[in-house]
Structure formats: structure tokens, C-alpha cells
Design a binder for this molecule. Structure first.
Ligand SMILES: [Fe+2]
Length: 342
């Protein structure tokens, strides 16, 4: 077996390949590591056959949809997953053949209704059903402590105690554990009576994960995250450094237009000398009258350098082929001590 574990913050993804055929699967990919997964697969000569999400993640952004499109593979999830992009849906005990590997799905609802664990040879990928020294929480959408109890004590913990446990999260830098070690030492698994376990899970009172709504929105629909949208725009425009813009503005050129796309109050409170004001929300509607010359060199600016990136991308699409965005926003401009006009 070829095996790579990729940790991103507390998230764990796994690339698992058949050493005989170089077929592979990617388990729980995270959006910021897309290049890394493909790089690892290329380095090891692997062909990724399936991209699998163990469940609908509420705490990080799944790369399954986008990677599967790039790699032309199915997205594998449990039958009950709400994700419309899940093209291959598994039932309990269904197996995927990946070269000579057999990957068996165990339906283990509880953390979410669509949670599954994946058994491959000597190990099990437990998603958020079982963590090292913990379990997934059951207080997020479709979570259910009664189901988690059944999934753990009735199913997962009945695997051979020597089975290696690879969870979807670990925040302490540990790579894996075993079923036997978890049964012995995992504090939550010491509550072996159903009522005790369920009461403990109900009383955990955990804070909501950061990005909860955005993660559920994108993971349940296949829609883009806000940072993906910004990154897509940033990939289509060049940027100008703050100091370069100061130097150019000071030289008073007549072919450079600084376009401030913030709202009026922000513009009036202080802007770059000679800047034209055209709020992002009115850009398309007013651009024809405001900027008749498409050959101008245009530098867009906003407060934090994000909306200006979208504005520059829109201008390029409209034919202003020399539009660039300021690298940083007016906040960075002010903090850098660059000159302001009111
Ligand atoms: Fe999760």
C-alpha cells in the first residue's frame, strides 16, 4: 500500500494507493491543499480513481468537487449525503476496488447522518466518527448522539483491536492510533452505557466551528467559498505595489487612472491624490461614461485590497486590458504613511 497523510491545521487527508497498479483514492481532501495532493500523486506515479468525503464537513472546505472535476473521477459519499456533486453513493458494506485494494464503507451515522468509515487492509479511516482520544461532536446539523453510540459500540469498535485508526482530524499532531488503544484510553469511550454516553455528548456545549455556515453552504452544494472567488479573480489580474503607485502618482502621468471603488463616505474620508471615485456596486453601469478610454492604465483600490481585485478582474473582462489592482488596500496605504488627499 502506498500511503500519504496530509495534515492541514487540524484536518487530515489521506492518499491511499495500490502499490501493484498505482491506482489510488484521496480521502477528505481540503481546499487549500489541492496542488499538494496532485503533486504527491504525480511524485508517486499514482492515478487517483476516487475522491471520497467521509461525511459532509462543517468545519473545513472540501476539495472533493473541484478535484474530481479536474481528475475526472467520481466523488464518493454515503447514500444520504446532501451534496449534489456526490456522483457515486455508497451503502453500508459497499466496497470500492482500487487496483488490488478493497475499500469497504461502514455507515456510521452520529456525527452526521452521512458519516462513514473506510476500512482498508490493516487500517480504518474514521472520518469524525472516532478521533484520537475523542469522537466527533453530535450537535451540528444531522448529528445524533444515539446514532453515534450505535455506530461506535455496535460497529466500529468491533473491528480487530489492532486495526490502525486514521481520523479526519487531530489537533495535537498525532498521526494515528488503534481501535484497541481507543477502547482502553479514549475518555469518551469510557461511557459504555448508552444513556451515559448520550448524556455526555448532549452536555458537551462546544463552540460552533469557525466558517460553519460557509463550510456547510459550499460542502452541501458544491458552490465556491468566498476566498475561492477572490483567488479566481486574483489569478486573472496583475497587481501594483503601494510604493510603485506612490512614485507613479507623484510623477503625474496622464495615462494612469487610480480608481477608488469604495463607498462614498470612505472615499471622502481620504483617498489617493487624483483618484476617480466609482463604487464597485456601480462599476458596470457607469463605466462607459466614467472611463471612455479602454487603453488607460487603471489601478483599482478599495479598503482591504479584495473588492479592488474583483473590480480589476471585471474591468479586464470589459476590455480594459491594462487594469491592475493595488497590492493591499487603503488601510495598508494609510498604515504605510503614504499621502492622503481629502
Ligand atoms: Fe466533521
Amino acid at each position: 500500500m502506498i500511503f500519504e497523510q496530509v495534515a492541514t491545521g487540524g484536518c487530515q487527508s489521506y492518499l491511499v494507493g495500490c502499490a501493484d497498479t498505482l491506482s489510488a483514492v484521496l480521502i477528505d481532501p481540503e481546499i487549500s491543499q489541492m496542488d499538494r495532493y496532485r503533486g504527491l500523486a504525480n511524485r508517486d506515479g499514482l492515478r487517483i480513481r476516487y475522491v471520497i468525503d467521509t461525511h459532509t464537513h462543517a468545519d473545513h472546505f472540501s476539495a472533493a468537487n473541484e478535484l474530481a472535476e479536474m481528475l475526472e473521477t467520481p466523488v464518493v459519499m454515503h447514500q444520504s449525503s446532501p451534496a449534489p456533486y456526490a456522483t457515486l453513493r455508497l451503502d453500508d458494506d459497499d466496497m470500492l476496488l482500487v487496483g488490488n485494494l478493497r475499500i469497504r464503507a461502514l455507515h456510521t451515522p452520529g456525527h452526521t447522518r452521512d458519516s462513514m468509515c473506510l476500512v482498508v487492509e490493516d487500517r480504518v479511516f474514521t472520518g469524525d466518527t472516532l478521533l484520537i482520544g475523542g469522537t466527533g461532536r453530535t450537535d451540528l446539523p444531522t448529528g445524533d448522539p444515539e446514532q453515534l453510540y450505535d455506530s461506535l459500540f455496535g460497529k466500529l469498535l468491533r473491528l480487530d483491536p489492532a486495526t490502525l485508526v486514521y481520523p479526519a482530524h487531530d489537533y495535537k499532531g498525532r498521526s494515528h492510533s488503534t481501535i484497541g488503544a481507543e477502547i482502553a484510553d479514549n475518555p469518551r469511550l469510557q461511557k459504555r452505557e448508552r444513556a451515559d454516553f448520550v448524556r455526555m455528548m448532549r452536555e458537551l456545549n462546544l463552540a460552533a466551528p469557525t466558517h460553519l455556515t460557509e463550510a456547510l453552504r459550499t460542502n452541501m452544494t458544491g458552490g465556491k467559498t468566498v476566498s475561492q472567488l477572490l483567488a479566481a479573480a486574483a489569478a486573472t489580474v496583475p497587481f501594483m505595489a503601494l510604493a510603485d503607485l506612490e512614485r507613479r502618482v507623484a510623477a503625474r502621468p496622464n495615462d494612469l487612472l487610480v480608481l477608488d471603488v469604495r463607498e462614498e463616505a470612505a472615499f471622502k474620508a481620504g483617498h489617493i491624490a487624483g483618484a476617480m471615485h466609482l463604487p464597485r456596486g456601480q462599476l458596470e453601469l457607469r463605466v462607459n461614461e466614467a472611463i471612455p478610454d479602454p487603453t488607460l492604465r487603471i489601478v483599482t483600490c478599495c479598503e482591504f485590497g479584495k473588492i479592488s481585485t474583483l473590480a480589476a478582474a471585471t474591468l479586464r473582462e470589459l476590455g480594459f486590458t491594462r487594469a491592475v489592482a493595488l497590492d493591499g488596500g487603503m488601510k495598508a496605504w494609510r498604515d504605510g504613511g503614504f499621502p492622503i488627499e481629502v
